[in-house]
Unconditional design. Structure first.
Length: 86
């Protein structure tokens, strides 16, 4: 589900980060943004923590292929690339 941010400039920056993170990789892409001081917790780190603890569960869970963080004008952005389920 895509919920655009209320600030058009934030949406523009998110789309730019999306394009850079997803370039040429056939994968699921998750994007999230938050004020820098709120970029933590389950919403922010859940997929990365699950990858470290569980891996891909023998193909039952998409493997996290990469995480890209960026910061711009007080906003934190995270793009997570996950492979398809086997």
């Amino acid at each position: 589900m895509y919920s655009p941010p209320p600030d058009p400039d934030a949406e523009r920056r998110m789309r730019a980060h999306h394009a850079r993170a997803a370039a040429g990789v056939p994968a699921w892409l998750r994007l999230v943004c938050a004020p820098e001081d709120k970029a933590s917790g389950k919403l922010w780190d859940g997929a990365l923590d699950a990858q470290h603890v569980l891996g891909d569960l023998d193909g039952h869970r998409p493997a996290l292929l990469g995480v890209h963080d960026a910061f711009d004008d007080g906003t934190a952005y995270r793009a997570e690339l996950s492979g398809p389920r086997r």
